[in-house]
Design a protein around this ligand. Structure first.
Ligand SMILES: C[S@@+](CC[C@H](N)C(=O)[O-])C[C@H]1O[C@@H](n2cnc3c(N)ncnc32)[C@H](O)[C@@H]1O
Length: 388
C-alpha cells in the first residue's frame, strides 16, 4: 500500500469512527482515494490577502497532508481567469470536505442500481464515489466549466471510474438521462431549479445545498410527488457550498458617505443574528432572502461594523467591544436592521426552532420555506425588482 493509500485508509477509519461515513460507503471511499482527484495546483488563503497557488512539486509532503486533512481544498479561483502566479479572489471550484461528502452521501439514501444525476462535477471525486457504489452506467455528472470537466474526465479515467461527465449548465439538469432516482447538487442554490424536480421520478429525491443572500449553509432533501411537486426538510446547516454560477450573490461595497441615513440604537448584538447560532442566521435569511450582510473588523481590538444591504437600501451597526447598545444607521426604502431585528425576534418568539424544523416546497411556479408543515409558510420580504 502506498503512503497515500495508507493515509486514505486512516481518513476512512476516522470518518467511520466519527459516525459520518455509513458502512455501505466504505468500499467506495477505499476504492477512490481522494489524492487521485486533487489537482497538482491548489489554492489557499492562509494570510487572508487573497488565494495563493500551492504547487505539488514545490512541497509534495504538504500537498499530501492537505489532501488528507478533513477540509475543503480550493481547486479553482475566478473561474480559471487568474494565472497561478497572481492572487485569486473568488473560489469557483473546490473538492469538498470529506466529512461533508460522506454526510451528504448518507442523506442521499441510495440503493443498489439507482440512477443519479450530480450537478457540479468539480474534481470528479464525488461522482467517482457514487459510481463505485452504484455502477458506472448509473451516474451522470454535469460541470459548467469545460476545463474542469475535462480534468475530471482524465482523473476519473486514471482512477478507473467512468461516470458520464457532461459539460453544460447544471441548472438545466440533464434531460437525456432522466428520470433519475436521485439528483445531488454540490453547488448551492437560492432556488431549486425546477428541471431537477421534473427529471426526478416520483418518490425520488433531490439533495441540494441551499442558501439565501444572508446565510448559505443549509442542505435540503426534497422528495418528489406524482404531481411534480417536491417537499422536504433541511437536514443540515453546516455545509456552506459555493453558489451555482447563476446564483452568486452580488458583492457589496460599503458606501463611503453615510449622509441621509436615519440613526437609532439597538441592544441586539449582530453576532446573535448572524454569527453565534446557525439556526438564527438560517431563519433570518429565510425571512429576508435578498439581504446580504458583511462583518468588517476595525483595525484593532474587538470593534467591528456589521453591514446589511438589499437593492438601494443599506444598514450598518457599529459594535464597540464591551458596550451594551450600538449605533445603527439605516438608509434607503427598507430599514434593513429593523427588518433583521424583527426577523430575529420572530425566531426567538417561536422558541428558537432548529433549521431541521424548516422545510422547502418546490412546484413549477413557486417555492417557499415552511416551518414544521408545508401548509405553514414562512412570510418573506424582498426588494421588488425595478419596473415591477
Ligand atoms: C464544490 S465544487 C464541486 C465538488 C465536486 N463534486 C467534487 O467532488 O470535487 C462546485 C462545482 O460546481 C460547478 N458549478 C457551478 N455552477 C454550475 C452550473 N451551473 N452547472 C454545473 N456546474 C456548476 C463549479 O464549477 C464547481 O466545479
Amino acid at each position: 500500500m502506498s503512503g497515500a493509500d495508507a493515509r486514505n485508509r486512516r481518513l476512512v477509519d476516522d470518518l467511520t469512527t466519527a459516525g459520518v461515513l455509513p458502512d455501505r460507503w466504505r468500499p467506495a471511499f477505499l476504492a477512490m482515494p481522494r489524492h487521485r482527484f486533487v489537482p497538482d495546483i491548489i489554492w489557499d488563503d492562509a494570510d487572508g490577502g487573497g488565494f495563493t497557488a500551492r504547487r505539488r512539486r514545490d512541497d509534495p509532503a504538504i500537498w499530501l497532508e492537505t489532501v488528507y486533512r478533513d477540509g475543503p481544498i480550493v481547486t479553482q479561483v475566478d473561474d480559471g481567469a487568474t494565472p497561478d502566479t497572481e492572487p485569486g479572489r473568488l473560489v469557483t471550484s473546490s473538492i469538498s470536505k470529506p466529512s461533508i461528502v460522506a454526510g451528504m452521501l448518507g442523506h442521499l439514501q441510495v440503493e443498489e442500481g439507482m440512477r443519479i444525476l450530480e450537478i457540479g462535477t468539480g474534481t470528479g471525486w464525488n461522482a467517482a464515489l457514487m459510481a463505485a457504489r452504484l455502477g458506472e452506467g448509473n451516474v451522470i455528472t454535469v460541470e459548467v466549466d469545460a476545463v474542469l470537466a475535462e480534468q475530471a474526465r482524465k482523473a476519473l479515467a486514471e482512477a478507473g471510474a467512468s461516470p458520464s461527465v457532461v459539460t453544460g449548465d447544471g441548472a438545466d439538469g440533464y434531460a437525456p438521462g432522466a428520470p433519475y432516482d436521485r439528483v445531488i447538487a454540490t453547488a448551492s442554490v437560492r432556488e431549486v431549479p425546477y428541471s431537477w424536480v421534473v427529471q426526478t421520478r416520483p418518490g425520488g429525491a433531490v439533495l441540494a445545498p441551499w442558501g439565501t443572500a444572508f446565510d448559505n449553509g443549509a442542505l435540503v432533501r426534497l422528495v418528489v410527488d406524482e404531481h411534480g411537486v417536491a417537499y422536504g426538510r433541511f437536514v443540515d446547516n453546516t455545509v456552506a457550498f459555493m453558489w451555482l454560477r447563476a446564483h452568486r450573490t452580488p458583492r457589496f461595497l460599503p458606501p463611503a458617505d453615510l449622509a441621509g441615513a436615519a440613526e437609532a440604537t439597538t441592544t441586539l448584538h449582530p453576532d446573535a443574528v448572524a454569527w453565534d447560532d446557525l439556526n438564527a442566521s438560517f431563519a433570518v435569511g429565510a425571512r429576508l432572502p435578498d439581504v446580504s450582510r458583511r462583518f468588517v473588523d476595525a483595525d484593532d481590538g474587538g470593534d467591528f461594523t456589521f453591514w446589511a444591504f438589499a437593492g438601494p437600501s443599506w444598514a450598518r451597526v457599529d459594535v464597540t467591544d464591551g458596550a451594551s447598545a450600538y449605533l445603527v444607521r439605516q438608509y434607503g426604502p427598507r430599514a434593513l436592521w429593523s427588518e433583521i431585528e424583527a426577523a430575529y425576534r420572530w425566531w426567538e418568539q417561536l422558541g428558537r426552532p432548529d433549521t431541521g424544523r424548516f422545510g422547502l416546497g418546490v412546484s413549477r411556479d413557486h417555492q417557499y420555506v415552511y416551518l414544521d408543515s408545508h401548509d405553514n409558510p414562512v412570510p418573506t420580504r424582498r426588494t421588488r425588482a425595478a419596473g415591477r
